[in-house]
Design a protein. Structure first.
Length: 500
């Protein structure tokens, strides 16, 4: 099916967010999208949608072809939308494949524009008596692609429609509106990763894989096991930010230790494009069955010798085995025993921040967690959050505003207590920092109802029965004047002996 009016409108509105001065020029298209007419059909008059592919090589040249139907004008490949075109971008890819013989796998998206058109151009088309077409307008959606490889692919022209091809430097692009936008975008023709994936391992030879939904033509690697991750959006400040956002959307509650770049891999998009993927490696030691999965079918641990039994992209299989060979468990750093009886491997601790807020009556503020929360559902807890690449104090101020609409001056916050906790659902030890705010602005409000159902002030000597254990322990420790609490750790063994 061709793109729906809703999809086209969303594309147009995103484009107008970058070019608000063009709203009047596209008002006609927006009006037609509200009616019954199919704007993707060439029979829709007085205007309909077309798509073009702007292909840029490493020398910042743009592919132009000579269309026979336009009296030999040099234009970028493009044309009408066909019934099999699932998206506008797919229509542009089909046109460049038909007219110039360049397959989608030879192209990739630019990190500057991703899957958005660089230009939407409205231009007049002369009447064509041979086809019985009156004069009308094309609303042309123009998508930019880089060549995936250094050398330009061989051009195979569609002889009945195209009579020649040429690579023109950016300043010589024949369309004035396209030329201005290309020069302004500062496109260099050099592919860069536009997707991010997480190679998640437990440090003991197991790897976490995600079974995707079986939706052919909609989801890449449909119905197969794959790494968690996804594509960059214009709102992402970095590819690490892309990955953290994707993980929070797909598997909220999954927190990785030691996340760092590992390699860049090549994948194929659902449209057949070449996709450079930045792969980050990170550790996690939890039970995937305890996680809430918002996308896909399941998460499961696998060892490298089990991968041949799975429906899995060969490149992903090779990637895991390469990482496993470079990080074999049982090395020197993984075998020693710590004095307290545990494993001496370096285990990164997560950092959590909590707000200990007391009113004029000495009552402490607690929130009732949503029943569907991965951790401590339907239980009272501090206003809290985990640090996301930020300082603990910055995290505290952000969470106070995002969760409850409270504004706190950094000068009014002080560290009150620390609880070192192990035994959370993701298995990661957490250093829970409890801050007190001496003053604040605002009244606690429910700004994230999917996480918190209510805010309530509780007497410190009459706390609710269903309270997070370390929250109770921290409050009791604060009342007793202590600054540190441990929960879930083995009791330290006192070492005795004599010196000689």
């Amino acid at each position: 099916m061709p793109p729906s009016p809703c999809e086209i409108r969303e594309t147009v509105e995103t484009y107008l967010g970058r070019h608000p001065d063009e709203r009047d020029a596209l008002a006609g298209l927006l009006a037609v999208l509200d009616g019954p007419a199919d704007v993707t059909a060439r029979t829709t008059l007085p205007a309909h949608v077309t798509c073009s592919a702007v292909v840029i090589d490493r020398e910042r040249r743009v592919l132009h072809i000579r269309h026979r139907a336009t009296d030999g004008l040099m234009l970028t490949p493009g044309g009408h939308i066909e019934a099999q075109d699932r998206t506008l971008l797919a229509a542009a890819l089909r046109e460049v494949a038909e007219e110039a013989g360049i397959a989608p796998r030879a192209l990739c998206l630019t990190w500057q524009l991703l899957g958005s058109p660089i230009d939407i151009d409205v231009h007049d088309i002369a009447a064509n008596p041979l086809k019985g077409e009156p004069a009308h307008q094309h609303v042309d959606f123009r998508y930019v692609f880089y060549l995936a490889d250094e050398e330009p692919p061989a051009i195979t022209l569609q002889d009945e429609e195209v009579s020649g091809a040429q690579w023109l430097p950016l300043p010589e692009v024949t369309s004035p509106t396209l030329r201005v936008k290309l020069l302004h975008a500062q496109l260099d023709g050099q592919p860069k990763p536009v997707n991010a994936s997480a190679l998640i391992h437990d440090g003991a030879g197991r790897y976490l894989l995600h079974l995707r939904d079986h939706k052919p033509g909609i989801i890449g690697q449909s119905g197969a096991f794959a790494l968690l991750g996804g594509g960059r959006t214009h709102a992402d400040s970095s590819l690490e930010g892309t990955l953290l956002r994707e993980l929070s959307e797909e598997v909220p509650g999954l927190r990785l230790e030691g996340l760092e770049p590992y390699t860049v891999e090549e994948a194929t998009s659902v449209d057949g494009l070449s996709v450079p993927v930045k792969v980050f490696a990170g550790r996690w030691r939890g039970n995937p069955d305890r996680l809430r999965l918002h996308e896909g079918v399941l998460l499961h641990w696998f060892t490298p010798d089990e991968l041949d039994r799975l429906r899995l992209d060969p490149a992903t299989r090779d990637l895991i085995r390469r990482h496993a060979a470079d990080n074999r468990p049982g090395g020197r750093q993984a075998t020693a025993t710590a004095p307290w009886g545990g494993d001496s491997r370096t285990v990164l601790n997560g950092i959590g921040v909590h707000l200990h807020l007391e009113d004029d009556e000495g009552r402490v503020l607690l929130g009732l967690r949503h029943p569907d929360s991965v951790y401590a559902g339907n239980t009272w807890h501090y206003l809290a959050g985990k640090c996301e690449g930020e300082s603990a104090l910055t995290c505290l101020l952000r969470e106070a505003w995002e969760e409850a609409g409270l504004r706190i001056d950094p000068a009014d916050a002080e560290l009150l207590h620390v609880a070192h906790v192990v035994g959370t659902p993701d298995g990661q030890p957490l250093m829970q920092m409890i801050f007190r705010a001496r003053r604040w602005e605002g009244v606690p409000e429910l700004r994230e109802p999917d996480k918190c159902l209510a805010w309530q002030w509780w007497p410190v000597d009459d706390l609710p029965a269903n309270i997070v254990p370390y929250t109770r322990a921290a409050i009791e420790g604060i009342r007793a004047g202590r600054t540190y609490t441990e929960l879930g750790w083995p009791t330290p063994v006192r070492r005795t002996g004599s010196r000689s």
